[in-house]
Design a protein around this ligand. Structure first.
Ligand code: NI
Length: 169
């Protein structure tokens, strides 16, 4: 496994639409393991392949007290409710923004072996699912800000502390 450098804005790869995965081979499995290691080292609760320079539809999520979730070619099937959250992104270091996210999100995807899976997430997991799937479409959380005043600069220590309770991916 290896830790990969995380791309930060305005790297153009963060604005590209990622391609669907077609081959469930060893290269994909290595990418997934490297992404998991990179996410935990950051630390963050999620990571999308474009953030490590690979324009493929692969995300990993590691929220506290849950096993890591690996989703290939994920699609949001259903979203319900709405809540206001503070959100950060490893690709936009030093900032936190206040945006709205769904309360509950249902996603259909493939696992690392190409088998279909469905996952339903609430609260932090729902937020992470929406945030990471956005990355696959070239969308960043700052695109959801109602106004620039909803974005604030944070000290690195504060960003680290918030990562545990909000989203830093
Ligand atoms: Ni992010």
């Amino acid at each position: 496994m290896a830790i990969i450098r995380i791309r930060t804005a305005p790297d153009p790869i963060l604005r590209q639409k990622a391609r669907k995965v077609k081959f469930f081979d060893n290269a994909l499995k290595k990418l997934i393991e490297d992404m998991r290691e990179t996410m935990h080292a950051a630390p963050g609760v999620g990571l999308a392949a474009p953030q490590v320079g690979v324009p493929l539809r692969v995300i990993v999520i590691g929220v506290p007290e849950e096993e890591d979730i690996v989703l290939v070619n994920p699609q949001i099937m259903r979203k319900t409710g709405e809540r206001t959250v503070n959100e950060g992104c490893l690709s936009i270091p030093g900032y936190i923004g206040e945006i709205k996210r769904a309360l509950s999100v249902t996603v259909k995807a493939l696992d690392r072996n190409g088998r279909e899976i469905r996952i339903k997430g609430e609260e932090l997991l729902a937020q992470a699912l929406e945030h990471e799937i956005d990355h696959l479409n070239g969308v960043l959380y700052i695109d959801h800000l109602e106004s620039p005043s909803k974005l604030r600069k944070v000290e690195p220590e504060e960003a680290g502390a918030e990562a545990a309770i909000t989203l830093e991916s």
